[in-house]
Ligand binder design. Structure first.
Ligand code: PEP
Ligand code: MN
Length: 361
């Protein structure tokens, strides 16, 4: 079904939109991970979270200062002081920050501190807030409402764009269903539907969707596979002591394992993942090991297909070697590769793969 939204509809910009958050582009080739605590609690807590996520390759620091809590008795966030602490932590580790704005009254102060303004699920249809964000001068991360349809999410985004701000990123964070095993039900189908209906980038928040840290990694891999542009993940230096959403927060080791797993999946999906920035060799070596494992598995699959193709050619009485096709393969890989290795080095590696495959054919 076509959307009533106009400005955010896929037809309005078939090539897709890239939204710049600080120095990071969401909606491009890179799979962007935003991570950090649910709520900013103390200087030490947000700083430790920032260092942990930045060291593993997160590109944006998240953290709530103004918190939308279901109960008025729950921790309500540090407010403007929390913004200062989050901004300081972001500067210290060199990451842009995203944080929630709860009310129209706070748009200016949040926009002064943050690189991206988050609209929480409970505010997705706060039309006065959406209108105010039209002139906030900063990108908006719009989370899907607890019981909002895809169409309602698109029309909420349309409000922000209609009122003057084209930089909107959507976020699927789980919807309310009859299921009780998870906090919400992650609607990955919505990500696939949104891809076709809108040109806006889409993040997935597996933390609020699942409400359980053990599901964050598998749901994240599924989000990458279904075509999300990145993730919004909760990470706390000590989840057991978290003032908010501890049960769904990854600890630093859990986040490192998530980035590691993404490191072997994301490249196969044709996207890139920022490498760890930490000075320690550990995370780098681990990511390289994962990538090497993925490379040898792909190499095996390629060789198996090559063998089958060789058999078919023999059966058909055709020569195994097709020089034109080999040149086409080399041209293709040098064309799609854009990285630090020189293109002729990539061609040499692939020429060796082709020669070895012919050897077994
Ligand atoms: C959050 O991301 O901090 C949050 C409150 O999430 P949601 O609005 O999706 O519940
Ligand atoms: Mn939370």
């Amino acid at each position: 079904m076509a959307t009533q939204a106009r400005l955010v509809s896929r037809e309005a910009r078939p090539q897709g939109t890239r939204v710049r958050i600080g120095n990071v582009v969401v909606g491009g080739e890179e799979f962007v991970v935003a991570a950090g605590p649910c709520a900013v609690e103390t200087v030490g807590q947000v700083r430790a979270a920032a260092e942990a996520v930045a060291g593993c390759g997160a590109r944006i620091l998240r953290g709530g200062a103004f918190k939308p809590r279901t109960s008025p008795y729950a921790f309500q966030g540090l407010g403007a002081h929390g913004l200062d602490l989050l901004a300081e932590a972001g500067r210290a580790v060199g990451l842009p920050i995203v944080t929630e704005v709860l009310s129209t009254d706070d748009v200016d102060v949040v926009a002064r501190h943050a690189d991206c303004l988050q609209v929480g699920a409970r505010n997705m249809q706060n039309f006065a807030l959406l209108e105010a964000l039209g002139s906030a001068g900063k990108p908006v991360l719009l989370k899907r409402g607890l019981s909002a349809t895809i169409e309602e999410l698109l029309l909420a985004a349309e409000y922000v764009v209609f009122h003057g701000n084209p930089d909107v990123v959507l976020c699927e964070r789980g919807i309310r269903t009859f299921e009780t095993a998870t906090r919400n039900t992650l609607d990955l189908g919505a990500v696939a539907v949104l891809r076709g209906q809108t040109h806006l980038p889409i993040l997935v928040d597996p933390s609020h969707a699942a409400g359980r840290r053990d599901l964050v990694l598998p749901l994240s891999l599924a989000a990458a596979a279904v075509g999300a542009d990145g993730l919004l993940v909760e990470v706390h230096p000590d989840p057991a002591a978290a003032l908010c959403d501890g049960a769904q927060s990854l600890d630093p080791a859990g986040f490192a394992a998530l980035m590691d797993a993404l490191g072997s999946v994301v490249p196969i999906l044709g996207r890139t993942l920022s490498p760890p920035t930490s000075d320690q060799a550990g995370p780098h070596r681990s990511r390289i090991d994962r990538i090497d494992e993925a490379l040898v598995r792909l190499l095996r699959e390629r060789a198996e297909i090559g063998v089958r193709l060789g058999l078919q050619k023999r059966a058909a009485g055709r020569p195994v070697r097709s020089p034109d096709r080999e040149e086409e393969v080399l041209g293709h890989v040098s064309h799609v590769y854009a990285g630090p290795l020189p293109a002729d080095a990539v061609v040499r590696v692939f020429r060796a793969i082709i020669d070895e495959t012919r050897g077994i054919q």
